[in-house]
Design a protein around this ligand. Structure first.
Ligand SMILES: [Zn+2]
Length: 270
């Protein structure tokens, strides 16, 4: 059996969590990541019959029965992931109709997965329904996107259009736009269900006055998605209080669509 700390998925997870912390997106125990793994890649590093303990999830995700996830731990700090991955991360398999998580590795101090596990699992189900290649759900607190939810309309079309107008490449990176939830109590099944519903139509879901959820095929893509939206929000927060002399027009957006072969969300461009 190979050392799991050398597994490409583990190395990439540790680098991503560290990078997110370094970007200032994950203060204290803020943020969480879940990465779906294939049974074949897990078996290279772990005995999948050796369950350390079974952890009740508090909801059921029957669609994910038997699926494996590498997940950040509850109450854990992203800044510490690189120094003690086996304490701050865990590998779990969903069992019992998706009501239980079987721990196969990690959470070595007796911990468990992020308190946002319901939102993550429901979001995986929602994204897999529209994209069979989706593997990652990521949550963090980027300052400018968060700031925007205090001063900008939360209308999804308006919010998306503003971000698209802030950097030329935004519409190319997230043509599906950004969905927005109003303030809701976090850590609940309710916000999980609301997030998953929003994930059906976009890979980015803003939690007003809290942060953002991103989903994608791999850690790099998902990180890049949030990074691009956050850059756009940063430009917005730099210019929102200034007179706007020019911007990117809808005609120019259509040129970007044609040139890069992307299709903007229906009805979002004039
Ligand atoms: Zn959060």
């Amino acid at each position: 059996m190979k050392d799991i700390l050398t597994a490409p998925f583990m190395v990439e997870m540790i680098r991503t969590a560290t990078n997110m912390y370094d970007h200032g997106w994950d203060e204290r125990n803020g943020g969480n990541i879940s990465l779906m793994l294939s049974e074949a890649e897990v078996k290279e590093y772990l005995d999948t019959d050796a369950v350390i303990r079974a952890i009740p999830i508090g909801f059921s995700a029957p669609e994910l029965e038997g699926k494996y996830f590498l997940v950040t731990g509850t109450g854990k700090y992203f800044k510490n992931v690189q120094y003690a991955p086996e304490v701050n991360l865990g590998v779990v398999r969903l069992a019992d109709g998706g009501k239980t998580a079987e721990l196969l590795w990690g959470y070595a101090d007796g911990g468990k997965f992020t308190s946002e596990f319901p939102a993550h699992m429901m979001s995986h189900v929602a994204r897999l329904a529209v994209d069979a290649d989706n593997r990652v759900v990521m949550h963090c607190h980027p300052a400018n996107l968060l700031a925007m939810t205090y001063v900008h309309s939360l209308d999804e079309r308006e919010f998306t259009r503003t971000l698209w107008q802030m950097c030329t490449e935004c519409i190319v990176v997230f043509p599906d736009g950004v969905n927005v939830l109003p303030w809701m109590l976090c850590g609940t099944n309710e916000i999980g269900e609301a997030t998953a519903e929003k994930m059906a139509t976009a890979r980015l879901v803003v939690w007003s006055q809290h942060g953002i959820y991103g989903a994608g095929k791999d850690l790099d893509e998902t990180f890049g998605l949030i990074e691009t939206a956050e850059k756009a929000a940063e430009i917005y927060m730099k210019i929102a209080h200034l007179p706007i002399v020019q911007s990117i027009t809808d005609d120019q957006m259509h040129q970007l669509e044609a040139h890069f072969g992307v299709k903007a969300r229906e009805g979002y461009l004039d």
